[in-house]
Design a protein around this ligand. Structure first.
Ligand code: MAN
Length: 352
């Protein structure tokens, strides 16, 4: 196994560190953080999931944002109503419909946390990206940050009754940000943008999901302006019998190394466990795989990873390099933020 080291006092950020965005809410998860270096700081953009405090064993009050007025509303459901299936803690489904959900049980926004050492973080008091429009009405999730020429582009999933799309926002100061609209249509998530142009074009890894046929695998798309994407191709498949047999999706934005683009991605196995591994992509032709982890670099093993709101999840969304060490920030079981460090060279060596 690779020498990737979990920080001994993981998790580094938990729900208790985050103020709710409204008096009516409680924070139930702070996880799946994108990461960036900004000035002397490391900034995390976390997904913060909240629900109404007012919930009991009989009724569930679901937060939704009204896309017209951008105001917070609620949908009340009776837990005993046998039209609904509440067995997955994250979603409410219609009974008998295995694949689609009607609502999410919580609503997420993006919150920043700032640190000078990459380990001790202070969480902002207010949300950074908050659901406002009709594509975001169930929440915004899983931000990834890519710096391009001093501007920080943030991709995030927007969830609504129309499905899950990927949206883009940009900031240059981490004080305010501008939403640039939806860049990938439904269903597509796990979008990471490469930090520079390759042969004159921008590239992004993404993960479309087809409702009729086809596995959830990693695609690559090209753009001249970061807004309009095309020439979509499959890069990496799921692998039967492996740790990434069921689903794969990009994790942290690709990191440039002298052997190629290093992509830390997540894979789901036959038991539904989420682990992290690596792909090495050709530096000039990023749709070409040079190497791939046979074994996961990080799998849910610690108690804090095997138990959570949605257990057995290790979900990287961001990594930064600090003096030859890679600081990998990962979501733990839809609950909290973990840190693991590794030598970038060691990860490359593990990719024989
Ligand atoms: C899945 C899970 C949830 C997430 C929804 C919508 O069900 O990843 O945590 O909220 O998708 O993205």
């Amino acid at each position: 196994m690779m020498n990737i080291k979990r920080y001994e006092f993981n998790p580094i950020i938990t729900c208790g560190d985050v103020n709710p965005s409204s008096r009516d809410f409680e924070v139930i998860g702070t996880f799946n953080p994108g990461a960036a270096k900004y000035k002397d700081e490391i900034i995390l953009a976390m997904r913060v999931a909240e629900r109404f405090k007012e919930n009991d064993s009989e009724r569930i009050k679901i937060p939704v944002v009204d896309g017209q007025s951008a105001s917070l509303k609620s949908v009340d459901l009776d837990r005993g109503d046998d039209r609904y299936d509440f067995s997955d803690s994250r979603v409410v489904k219609e009974k008998g419909n295995l694949y689609e959900f009607l609502y999410l049980t919580s609503m997420s926004h993006v919150r920043l946390a700032r640190s000078s050492d990459g380990v001790n973080f202070k969480v902002d008091d207010k949300p950074f990206i908050y659901p406002e429009n009709e594509y975001e009405s169930f929440g915004v999730e899983d931000p990834r940050i890519t710096e391009i020429d001093g501007r920080y582009y943030i991709t995030y999933s927007s969830v609504s009754k129309y499905g899950v799309v990927t949206s883009l926002a940009v900031t240059s100061d981490f004080k305010s940000c501008k939403k640039l609209g939806n860049i990938f249509s439904t269903e597509n998530k796990d979008v990471v943008i490469f930090p520079e142009k390759i042969n004159g074009k921008y590239f992004a890894l993404n993960r479309p999901v087809s409702k009729s046929t086809g596995d959830p695998v990693i695609w690559i798309s090209e753009s001249y302006n970061l807004l309009h994407w095309g020439n979509h191709k499959v890069v990496a498949h799921t692998r039967k019998g492996h740790w990434d047999s069921q689903k794969i999706g990009a994790g942290a934005p690709p990191i440039k190394t002298d052997r190629g683009w290093l992509e830390l991605y997540h894979g789901v196995d036959d038991d539904g466990h989420y682990s992290m591994g690596a792909l090495l992509l050709d530096i000039d032709c990023p749709s070409k795989i040079i190497a791939r982890s046979e074994q996961p670099l990080l799998a849910p093993q610690k108690d804090y990873e095997t138990m959570g709101f949605f257990s057995n999840v290790v979900f990287p969304c961001g990594a930064v390099e600090k003096q030859g060490e890679l600081y990998v920030y990962y979501g733990i079981s839809d609950n909290s933020v973990g840190l693991a460090t590794a030598n970038t060279e060691d990860i490359l060596k593990s990719l024989a």
